[in-house]
Design a protein around this ligand. Structure first.
Ligand code: FHN
Length: 442
């Protein structure tokens, strides 16, 4: 499939994902207080690590010596690889460099508060010791370990919340898995979807929500051919994890949060949403994909997303030895370093009382404080709109200088603020903390 075909495929997936999963049918009966209590940690966390890791990291984007133009985890479909050939891959999958503690330590160093990892992607290969089906990393590879078990233990030890991604509808190696974006290409894939759900998806999700300790997020994906009857086969399993939250991609039902992908929506509601994004162009590892976004781009994406009330789920795609690519590691460490001195302007904040920025930057709010993130300073000053409260103090986070500001006269309770540029602005973003007499409102 050429690049256009891939783009159209992705569009089709996204349309299906965002429309079919964005129904208004609420999956749970809960009070506002119950919902707020359930979402509290997630709204505070703001920043998570997405991990796309699977047997597709073995071919890493190439098949029979040729590049397969697609994201790494879609190589089987775009390469139209026969099931029997793909099912030989686990013999070569022995990620001896995998170290769960190292991955969790990196997430913490990056300032990430939760991890969502692919437990089973569309290729149907389970990255855990599934008793449901031997097409899994424990039974089918020389590795003979359960990386999700090891990751769950490392997350519990370090206080990082753990979520599982599960492809509940698309499954290219089990008969009856939904056919999307080019459908089935191998007779072995033909079968009944309800039987696939009953025999594979339901028991595997049950294993995931039973055998790995506290699971904080269920991250469903591509709800192809899902309907209420099929969603109702899976939804009750969440009762195994009291307090768990789920995204909006189960199918038929809405979810606890929206999932804009590779994009940052405008800030137009107080709904919960999470942008998921790659650091290069692929979710699953591809040896040829070195189109890495800059640290500044990634950091400013985090600031932009949080200023609009969202979470950022930033992806890493480990290789077939279990190593996170070094360009990802370098970027995550740099982002974490910036968050060390500026994180209080990110974690636990909400949208500021104005969305139109009068300067090249963003703003967040927490209680009686406003945080301004100035990306590029104008030559003279930045201005803030009038706010119904009085400014008590101003300071830079991460810059050892006084904030030079003037309050211009306005109505008795409303004044606009002019702030002169510092001598050494932060190249990612200069953060100014403004403390007011009470919560700043327009
Ligand atoms: O098809 C998948 C894709 O491989 C990747 O997992 C993304 C991540 O959100 N979800 C689907 C495309 O929307």
């Amino acid at each position: 499939m050429n690049a256009l075909g891939i783009a159209l495929t992705a569009m089709a997936i996204m349309t299906l994902t965002l429309t079919s999963a964005d129904s208004a049918v609420k999956p749970f009966v809960e009070t506002r207080e119950q919902r707020n209590a359930k979402m509290a940690w997630w709204r505070e966390a703001k920043f998570g690590m997405f991990i796309h890791w699977g047997v597709y990291s073995v071919p890493a984007g190439k098949w029979e010596g040729k590049d397969v133009p697609s994201v790494g985890e879609w190589i089987m479909l775009h390469g139209k690889i026969p099931c029997a050939d793909y099912q030989k891959l686990p013999e070569q999958f022995n990620p001896t460099k995998f170290d769960a503690a190292e991955w969790v330590k990196l997430a913490k160093q990056a300032g990430m508060k939760y991890i969502v990892i692919t437990s089973k992607h569309h290729d149907g290969f389970a990255m855990f010791h599934s008793k449901t089906d031997p097409f899994n990393i424990y039974d089918a590879t020389p590795f003979k370990r359960d990386p999700l078990k090891e990751l769950a233990a490392a997350c519990a030890k370090e206080g990082i919340k753990l979520g599982f991604y599960y492809s509940q509808a698309q499954d290219w190696n089990h008969p009856g898995g939904a056919a999307m974006a080019g459908g089935h290409w191998d007779k072995a894939q033909d079968g009944d979807m309800d039987k696939y759900l009953q025999d594979v998806a339901v028991p595997q999700v049950k294993e995931l929500l039973t055998n790995y300790g506290p699971i904080a997020v269920m991250w469903w994906d591509t709800p192809a051919d899902m309907n209420q009857q099929r969603a109702d086969m899976l939804l009750p399993l969440l009762k195994l994890q009291p307090g768990i939250i789920m995204n909006n991609r189960l199918g038929f039902y809405d979810g606890d949060f929206g999932t804009p992908e590779q994009e940052i929506p405008k800030a137009d509601s107080d709904n919960d949403w999470e942008t998921c994004m790659t650091m290069n162009d692929t979710w699953g590892y591809k040896s040829t994909d070195n189109n890495w976004k800059s640290t500044q781009n990634l950091e400013r994406n985090l600031i932009d997303i949080v200023s609009k009330g969202g979470n950022y789920l930033l992806n890493v795609g480990p290789d077939s030895l279990g190593q996170i690519p070094s360009p990802s590691v370098d970027r995550l460490k740099a982002i974490g370093n910036w968050l060390k001195t500026n994180g209080e302007a990110i974690y636990g904040t909400t949208r500021a009382p104005f969305t139109t920025m009068m300067f090249d930057g963003r703003a967040t709010m927490k209680d009686n404080k406003l945080y301004l993130f100035v990306f590029n300073w104008p030559s003279d000053e930045i201005r803030l709109p009038d706010l119904r409260t009085s400014l008590q103090s101003a300071r830079y986070l991460g810059i050892n200088e006084q904030v030079d500001y003037t309050e211009l006269p306005g109505t008795e309770m409303r004044a606009s603020l002019v702030i002169a540029p510092p001598s050494h602005p932060d190249p990612i973003a200069t953060v100014i903390e403004l403390t007011y007499a009470d919560k700043p409102v327009r």
